[in-house]
Design a protein around this ligand. Structure first.
Ligand code: PMP
Length: 409
């Protein structure tokens, strides 16, 4: 396949929001781990759907409904093909949070019972902690937490020792940390887990914009991600699940479209994916997400990784000399997420200063309070890069942080 040339000016012109100002200065958007901006093709796909094809799916026999249905099916086909899953294994949800709740609530009790254990890592987002706490509390299972080492990597010795425990039935783990940028060795973890009969759930929210993911190859039981972090719309996400698991799982929610037959005596359910998609789906979201996937697929992922790594290097190199500066997460090959603290400079003050310069970064616990505790901080500042960020922006960020330190400290 012929990839599109990685030409930053052309790429930037695909994203109209990048032309706006932030506090009167040109916008430098470095909060991509929270959400990414949308290319015109995605915006047009959503607007085009509502302009020409909007109708509820599944129920209409008229041409408009047929168009809408076909577009929805096509979106599922594009997305399943991208991640090497079948259409029946590809469920639409609202995002990774709903995906993890669906998996925990519907699949959790099938594998976790009284006295069983499951593994999470210390670097998990709350979305991959709280749903499991809720289900473990309900079934009487216990959560074991894999520690993070000082460079931000997983304690693999702990992990592989504990995966062998007889009582461990499931591991739910992020592919890429939204705070540390750490890329976890997912294929190795899944294959070790499989050997021990442990089921695997991968939170792919942060890996999809930076890595290729092949569901069959990785061979995990579940994978989930949000559309909005991969240049697609908000309110749509995906769960990929193994067929045998999806067949056994009860529905997550009840309602229209997920049934086979309903009577007051009892209801039978449609097969997956419909079984897990009660109610009117986010058709425009699915179409927008498929377009985002096609957009991203024009590029060689290696070009994106190389580009984003350079931005990371500029940021890291440019700030490392500052007295009291600490980068949290320094593993080699990490994703383009740059979390840091500077002694004597509150991250909120820093972000406010940068905002006035047009630079958008995030501060806080990044929905990782347990990780913050283990890092010994209450918050970090986080700049996260995407394919449309430039080296000039990374340098501008460095200059602005240095200036902030001079003024604030
Ligand atoms: N997991 C990770 C690693 C994330 O970074 C996020 C979003 N910050 C989520 C899960 C939840 O995603 P969403 O809010 O889109 O449901």
């Amino acid at each position: 396949m012929e990839y599109r040339e990685f030409h930053i000016d052309n790429i930037r012109s695909d994203f109209p929001v990048l032309n706006r100002k932030n506090r009167g200065k040109p916008l430098v958007f470095l909060d991509n781990a929270a959400t990414s901006q949308k290319p015109t093709c995605v915006i047009d796909a959503i607007s085009g759907y509502y302009s020409t094809s909007n109708s509820n799916v599944h129920r209409g026999i008229y041409e408009l409904a047929e168009d809408s249905e076909n577009l929805y099916h096509e979106a599922r086909r594009v997305i399943s093909e991208k991640f090497n899953a079948t259409e029946k294994q590809t469920l639409f949800v609202r995002g990774a949070t709903e995906g993890l709740n669906l998996i925990a609530q519907s699949y959790g009790p099938l594998v976790l019972g009284q006295g069983d254990e499951m593994i999470l890592s210390e670097m998990e987002h709350h979305a991959n902690i709280v749903p499991w706490q809720m289900i473990c509390h309900r079934v009487g299972a216990r959560i074991l937490v894999c520690p993070t080492l000082s460079d931000g990597s997983l304690d693999q010795k702990w992990l592989f020792d504990n995966l062998n425990r007889k009582s461990v039935k499931l591991i739910a783990i992020t592919a890429v940390s939204n705070t540390l940028g750490t890329v976890n060795p997912i294929e190795k973890i899944v294959s070790e887990a499989r050997r021990s009969g442990v089921k695997t759930v991968i939170d792919g929210a942060q890996c999809v914009p930076h890595q290729k993911f092949d569901f069959q190859k990785v061979d995990c039981d579940f994978f989930t991600f949000s559309g909005h972090k991969i240049y697609g719309p908000m309110g749509i996400g995906v769960v990929l699940g193994k067929t045998e698991a999806l067949e056994k799982m009860p529905p997550y929610q009840g309602g229209g479209d997920m049934i086979d037959e309903v009577s007051f005596e009892g209801t039978t359910y449609a097969p997956a994916p419909q079984k897990f998609e009660a109610g009117t789906p986010n058709v425009a979201g699915a179409i927008g997400l498929a377009k985002a996937v096609e957009y991203l697929d024009q590029f060689d992922i290696q070009d994106i990784v190389k580009h984003e790594s350079k931005l990371l290097e500029i940021a890291s190199h440019g700030l490392s000399e500052i007295d009291g500066f600490k980068e949290h997460g320094i593993t080699t090959g990490k994703a383009a997420v740059f979390s840091f603290t500077i002694d004597g400079v509150h991250s909120l003050d820093l972000a406010t200063f940068l905002d006035a310069q047009g630079i958008a970064i995030r501060t806080g616990h990044h929905c990782c309070q347990p990780l913050m505790k283990s890092l010994g901080v209450s918050a970090t500042a986080r700049a996260s890069f995407a394919l449309y960020n430039t080296q000039e922006e990374a340098s501008q960020f460095v200059v602005a942080v240095r200036k902030a330190v001079d003024i604030l400290r």
